[in-house]
Design a protein around this ligand. Structure first.
Ligand code: FE
Ligand code: FE
Ligand code: ZN
Length: 278
């Protein structure tokens, strides 16, 4: 059974996200652990979380893929920004343990002129501070489009971070189809080749989740502008190839397309049908 869902608003709580997921035919979803622009997180309502866990287990949800705030930059030049990354992430690790065994995805960060190597060093250092042997959450580095001074636009950079992380069973990668294409990986014509390269450089065992987005821009554009499925340069066929690929089809697939719930419901049912026909 395909595990597919989309990014949902956490504003009305955890149970509400579970109900929204059911409404749109999703059996996984993503959500921000806190205000995506940063700031303090609301106290967790453990009864509300419990009700989500019941919905998820009654409906065979796949792993959830929480998303760290965009403002989190572990390799900023500014120590205050790095300190926020540490605080937010360690607090999020505690919160995630209320929904045990799921994924927490983050953008590795932007090195803002300090160089990718320095960035990689700081990102790994943060991960080595926050990851604990007893945690059940796996932290995922997102593949980035490589715009500006983003770290993680190449498989080599992701591999270099993972290489420095001590607790390798707590770390993985979330591949974003818009981002990898924007970064120059040709998933339109050579998905097999891209996956082989990922396997050689990072290791497919680290690939834990996928963000499935079309891209407003052609491969290599390094822009990171998501499009609805079928309305960008990737096209529906590429996305269907991704979700039905023998090396990928077991992963949770998260849509981050510019949609409201209705639009997501339509994309999910269209992709479920297309995958069933393959
Ligand atoms: Fe992201
Ligand atoms: Fe993404
Ligand atoms: Zn993006």
């Amino acid at each position: 059974m395909l595990n597919i869902g989309c990014h949902l608003s956490a504003a009305k709580g955890y149970e509400h996200m579970g109900r929204d997921a059911l409404k749109i035919g999703a059996n996984t979803f993503a959500f921000f652990t806190r205000n995506p622009r940063g700031g303090k997180s609301k106290a967790l309502d453990t009864d509300d979380v419990q009700r989500l866990l019941e919905i998820a287990s009654a409906n065979d949800f796949g792993k959830l893929v929480a998303h760290a705030p965009y403002t989190l930059n572990p390799c900023s030049k500014d120590k205050k920004v790095r300190d926020f990354a540490y605080l937010a992430m360690s607090e999020d690790m505690e919160r995630m343990e209320h929904t045990p065994g799921n994924y927490y995805n983050f953008h590795p960060g932007s090195h803002v002129g300090q160089g990718a190597e320095a960035g990689i060093e700081m990102i790994a250092e943060l991960l080595n501070q926050i990851l604990k042997p007893e945690q059940t959450t796996t932290v995922l580095l997102e593949t980035m489009a490589g715009k500006g001074s983003e770290v993680g636009g190449s498989f080599e950079e992701l591999a270099a971070i993972i290489d420095k992380v001590e607790l390798k069973d707590k770390i993985g990668v979330c591949m974003d189809t818009c981002h990898v294409s924007d970064a120059g990986y040709d998933i339109i014509n050579d998905l097999d080749g891209v996956l082989d390269e990922f396997d050689r450089v990072v290791g497919l065992e680290y690939l834990k989740a996928m963000h499935i987005n079309d891209s407003l821009n052609p491969a290599g554009a390094r822009k990171d502008r998501h499009a609805k499925i079928g309305e960008g340069h990737l096209g529906t066929e590429t996305i269907v190839n991704v979700i039905t690929h023998p090396k990928l089809k077991h992963l949770p697939f998260i849509l981050e397309t510019p949609n409201e719930l209705e639009g997501y419901a339509a994309e999910i049912s269209m992709l479920r049908e297309a995958a069933a026909d393959k």
